[in-house]
Design a protein around this ligand. Structure first.
Ligand code: ADP
Length: 471
């Protein structure tokens, strides 16, 4: 593996995570081993000390009953029954001169000089080191009532052997622990990072191909990765909607501009090809101006609709009193209604508060009222009602116009759709699309009930409370 690959590997999160796993695993295993070692050593020592003390009590009892003879008798009996000679016994006079010594041959390596020099005559426990190995002789001292000193001891060989075996297992095991630590670390890291690898693969596919339809496959856990995957999928879905929306808008605009632009061009061409009279030119220019205004209005509305549909329409949310907005819209259309002798009837309370964008709501109501007046016959009646429900405000615009055929109803919300009967009226076929998009941007609904020949009834349902975060 080249140095550069190693360096790159070292910088990956997976490598760092593996190192952490391995380090924690190895260190905790080490700590456990060390703890077990000290626990074992201490309990073995305690056991040895108990044995020595109990032997001391036996020898002391013999001495107090039968003196030195008693001790010798005891050892002889032990030899006769085949008991191993496992204990060091020293009896010394009050001045610490040795009177009796039982030192098994195998402990010849221990120097007793320090004992004779007074070591242990005061301390309870003494340890003599061996000249040859790690082995030690642990001795407990008891000073009896007559001043004599009795010392009993035992070597630590069996204990040391056991601990050495334990250390051997430990040093052999450390290699296994290191391999296991890195192996388990690598495996856990690989598993834990699987969703990230999937994320990288999906995102790079999107980056390479530009296809935002790709999605992360569902993670069936309830952890942070599942949340991240859900969020990324939501983000991708939103991006897809935005891109599709933009593409559709562009297609629509291109398609729908073609007709008015051709008309504009035709007018200009006709004016140029004509006799050049100033009146004809003025008329052509006026027509061009009117047509370009229509194009501009159409463009603006199309942009508003696509922004509202893709969720990018900026809503200037405020607490608004709906009847005030209604009143201003009714005032705006009063002259148009009067022209057609249409009665405008408003039926709503003086206060009806909700959170919304006042300008966009005005635009919505204006479009509904505009249609109601536009499609009403002369001397008809248009009614505007508003009332509130626990969480909603309802607005209804009713007219006595021609109504809408049931088959037409689903299509009236489409962009640029105009009913056959309506073509004689001015209009772009965008009013209801804009109404629907704005109402949806306010998290509301709009619906229509209509009976051909009897009139139409458009109802808008808007939530009273709307927070910016819920948009
Ligand atoms: P426009 O009014 O400019 O044609 P709209 O999007 O506002 O476009 O309406 C789409 C179609 O729905 C209209 O062309 C008309 O056929 C029908 N429509 C809308 N409002 C009414 C109404 N109040 N009465 C009858 N038909 C209506």
């Amino acid at each position: 593996m080249s140095l550069r690959v190693l360096e790159r590997l070292r910088r990956t999160f997976g490598f760092r995570l593996t190192l952490w796993y391995a380090a924690i695993f190895i260190l905790s295993s080490l700590a456990l081993f060390i703890l077990a070692y000290f626990f074992l050593a201490s309990s073995l020592r305690q056991k040895d000390h108990e044995l020595i003390r109990s032997r001391l009590r036996e020898v002391e009892a013999e001495y107090l009953t039968d003196g030195l003879k008693g001790i010798r008798q005891e050892l002889k009996m032990d030899r006769e029954v085949g008991k191993p000679n496992n204990f060091f016994i020293r009896l010394a006079g009050p001045t610490n001169h040795t009177i009796f010594l039982n030192l098994p041959d195998r402990w010849g390596g221990f120097s007793l000089k320090s004992l004779e020099a007074g070591a242990g005559s005061r301390a309870v426990w003494t340890r003599l080191g061996s000249k040859d190995d790690e082995n030690g002789l642990e001795i407990v001292t008891s000073r009896m009532a007559n001043g004599a000193i009795l010392q009993v001891g035992k070597d630590t060989e069996s204990r040391e052997d056991l601990l050495e075996t334990f250390r051997g297992i430990f040093f052999g095991g450390i290699l296994v622990i290191i391999v296991l630590g890195f192996g388990a670390g690598q495996f856990l890291t690989w598993r834990a990072l699987a969703p990230i690898r999937q994320l990288i693969a999906t995102v790079s596919t999107i980056a390479d191909t530009g296809k935002v339809q790709a999605r992360l496959s569902a993670i069936h856990t309830d952890d942070e990765f599942a949340e991240l995957s859900r969020l990324v999928n939501r983000m991708l879905a939103r991006i897809e909607t935005l891109i599709t929306g933009m593409k559709n808008t562009l297609d629509n605009v291109a398609h729908d501009l073609r007709t008015p632009m051709t008309r504009l061009r035709g007018m200009a061409e006709m004016a140029l090809a004509g006799n050049g009279s100033p009146t004809a030119c003025r008329e052509a220019l006026a027509d061009c101006l009117e047509e370009s205004e229509r194009v501009l209005a159409m463009l603006n509305t199309l942009m508003d609709i696509s922004e509202a549909e893709t969720g990018t329409l900026h809503l200037n949310l405020k607490r608004v009193n709906l009847p005030e907005i209604l009143a201003s819209v009714i005032e705006l259309y009063a002259y148009v209604a009067e022209d057609k002798q249409i009665t405008l009837e408003s039926n709503c309370p003086s206060e009806l508060y909700l959170t919304g964008d006042p300008e966009r709501l005005r635009q919505t109501l204006a479009n509904l009222l505009d249609n109601a007046i536009k499609y009403s016959p002369e001397s008809g009646k248009v009614t505007i009602e508003a009332w509130d429900r626990p969480d909603q405000v309802v607005i209804r615009v009713k007219d006595q116009g021609p109504g809408i055929a049931p088959a037409e109803i689903p299509r009236i919300w489409d962009r640029l759709y105009r009913g056959d009967e309506s073509r004689s009226q001015r209009g772009l076929g965008l009013g209801l699309s804009l109404v629907k998009a704005i109402v949806a941007a306010h998290h509301g609904q709009v619906e229509v009930a209509s009976q051909p020949g009897l009139g139409s009834e458009f109802s808008v349902y808007l939530p009273k409370q709307l927070s910016l975060t819920s948009l």
